[in-house]
Design a protein around this ligand. Structure first.
Ligand code: FES
Length: 347
């Protein structure tokens, strides 16, 4: 009965974790630092806000590897749950991953129940405590098969040691088959994702040389694909003779089209940020870390709004004020000024 009752939960968690892992693998932007939705941008947002930020800071140096590990772990946990294979272990992984996402991404969700990760932590606990049970479960099938007497004859009943040896072999084989199937599936989805959307972020530009600027301005994926690129040769050096506003050069003003936006890294905080070219010659910029739960917001040119992809908050593109919650406060403004040299300077 319990096993039957757990089936809908297993199906939902298994499918959701498989989908989450495959979605990350299929999306090249998840691994590109200049993309506002990337693992790097999410880590940067968490570094300041998470209660475990001292543990997160070192991970920013291995963000791509971490993103890959998370995607593969999600796929493995999802497949294990759908198959009922190593179910308790998969549930431990599900709790650990959901808890980590809660502490890094959705810790500041307000009210707390609007963040999904804390709900996932508790959704995994029935499977952690009870396992998958006998119904549609590879664990149960393997256990039953391992105890089956040779040739099905009761006289050939196996000793407990033999049965447990058989169970180890059968489970090892099933695990190897599932792992190969998962890797092939992940590889195919990643390849298809790059074929379908590999050029989607081609508007991302080469970084400005370190000696000239410590921030990088790049076209926002929320803009049209025809958005022009920032010229890598743009100079952001201070003291260039003619003088320029205080602050750090983040890129050439001409590379942010009127009505469009671009992303850059805030010089002071290292947070992902966006600059919007509202009307000719008038720029506004905001820290792109959503005040609700730390996702990276994006500029939606068609609506002239800043939107959060996680829970749908919307912000005024001129002031950063909240238009639609659940975010309770607006975005932090960053002062951006265009210098005589054509560069944008952020303070
Ligand atoms: Fe929840 Fe932005 S993180 S609305």
């Amino acid at each position: 009965m319990l096993s039957r009752a757990l089936l809908p939960l297993r199906a939902f968690l298994g499918f959701t974790f498989c989908f989450a892992g495959l979605q990350k693998l299929a999306n090249p932007g998840f691994f590109q630092a200049s993309n506002p939705g990337s693992i790097q941008a999410q880590l940067a947002g968490s570094v300041r806000r998470s209660p475990i930020h001292p543990l997160i800071s070192p991970l920013t140096h291995v963000a791509v590897l971490l993103g890959l590990v998370i995607a593969i772990a999600e796929l493995a946990i999802g497949l294990g749950t759908l198959l009922g294979l190593w179910q308790r272990l998969a549930a431990v992984g599900g709790v650990a991953l959901s808890l980590m996402l809660f502490l890094t991404v959705s810790f500041h969700s307000s009210p707390y129940y609007t963040g999904a990760d804390i709900v996932f932590v508790f959704a995994w606990t029935p499977l952690l405590l009870a396992g998958a049970g006998p119904l549609l479960s590879a664990d149960a099938m393997i256990e039953a098969r391992a105890r089956t007497p040779r040739g099905g004859r009761p006289s050939k009943r196996l000793s407990p040691e033999e049965a447990s040896r058989r169970e180890v072999v059968l489970k090892g084989t099933a695990t190897a088959v599932a792992a190969v199937a998962g890797l092939v599936l992940g590889g195919v989805v990643a390849g298809l994702g790059r074929l379908a959307g590999g050029t989607k972020n081609s508007s991302v530009t080469a970084p400005l040389p370190e000696a000239q600027a410590n921030s990088t301005l790049s076209s926002s994926p929320a803009q049209s694909a025809s958005a022009p690129k920032v010229s890598p040769s743009a100079s952001g050096s201070s003291g260039s003779g003619g003088g320029h506003p205080a602050g750090t050069a983040i890129g050439a003003a001409k590379d942010v089209p009127v009505g469009g936006a671009a992303s850059f890294t805030a010089p002071g905080t290292g947070d992902p940020s966006i600059v919007i070219h509202a009307t000719a010659g008038k720029f506004v910029a905001f820290d792109a870390v959503c005040p609700h739960a730390g996702c990276t917001v994006q500029y939606d040119q068609s609506q002239a709004l800043i939107v959060c992809p996680c829970h749908g908050s919307q912000f005024n593109a001129a002031t950063g004020a909240v238009e639609v919650g659940p975010a309770a406060t607006g975005l932090t403004a960053i002062k951006v000024t265009e210098g005589n040299d054509g560069q944008l300077y952020a303070t």
